[in-house]
Design a binder for this molecule. Structure first.
Ligand code: SF4
Ligand code: F3S
Ligand code: FES
Length: 248
């Protein structure tokens, strides 16, 4: 059975904006993205939102719903009370372009800073051999749909704009960890994780893991192991000795 629901949607652009109230029809089985589309069709034709698949796979429709970072297409209206006002606002960590659309260019810039997979120079195509266990370890990280909900949520950038230059965020630290765990990668990921990607900014609050729609265990399986790898290297007595000799 359909009902009339109450929505508040943030409308505005880079110069400012406000929450606007709407009363809108809601039908059984609908998700928040359906309601935004209905508002566009019936009351606010110029309301901007980004979406593509409506199946939780393209990562485009990220927004904050009642203050929680979520995919609009995967948030069922049945999870709210019928008399509850549902508030939809753009991702807070990135600059607003218009209404629910933000400029997520920060993430593309950080992606470009991760050095690509670097196999041994003498390895020829066909000689790339890996153990199944090494393949499986990275499968989890490969489920990422680049929705940037984790990037939006991590307090290290959400509450500290000034950290953006020096911190790549959970999604790209996870990429660094994935490459470091790759048995054929030869690049020095441990130093770059600390010095270029800001691994030290992460204090393991696990908020990134909580919001990941793909349920990737970002903190436990990527960030903490990466921290351990960095520490192992730092306190490895042979590395320590080598560094000392080199410094002389
Ligand atoms: Fe989204 Fe999860 Fe990928 Fe982060 S790790 S961008 S939350 S899918
Ligand atoms: Fe941020 Fe996730 Fe670490 S939320 S602090 S990157 S555990
Ligand atoms: Fe593709 Fe929501 S529209 S993830």
């Amino acid at each position: 059975m359909g009902y009339k629901g109450k929505f508040k949607v943030w409308r505005g652009d880079a110069s400012g904006g406000d929450l606007k109230d709407f009363e809108v029809e809601i039908n059984e089985g609908e998700v928040v993205l359906d309601i935004i589309h209905r508002l566009q069709a019936t009351q606010a034709p110029d309301m901007a939102c980004r979406w593509n698949c409506k199946a939780g796979k393209c990562g485009s429709c990220s927004a904050e719903i009642n203050g929680k970072p979520r995919l609009m297409c995967m948030t069922r209206m049945s999870t709210f009370e019928q008399d509850e006002t549902v508030t939809v606002t753009p991702l807070r960590t990135f600059p607003v372009i218009k209404d629910l659309v933000t400029d997520v260019g920060f993430n593309y810039a950080k992606a470009r800073e991760v050095k690509s997979f670097t196999p041994p120079k003498d390895l020829k195509p066909g000689e790339y051999r890996m153990q199944q266990i090494d393949v499986e370890r990275s499968q989890e990280f490969r489920k990422c749909i680049e929705c940037y909900l984790c990037q939006n949520t991590c307090h290290a950038v959400r509450d500290h704009e000034e950290n953006k230059d020096n911190f790549s965020g959970p999604r790209y630290l996870m990429r660094v960890a994935e490459l470091d765990m790759h048995p054929l990668d030869t690049a020095d990921r441990k130093n770059s994780a600390q010095e270029e990607h800001g691994l030290g900014f992460c204090n393991i609050t696990k908020c990134c893991t909580e919001v990941c729609p793909e349920h990737i265990r970002i903190t436990d399986n990527a960030l903490i192991p990466m921290k351990e790898r960095v520490v192992d290297r730092k306190y490895d007595p042979l590395v320590w000795l080598g560094n000392k000799i080199r410094r002389r």
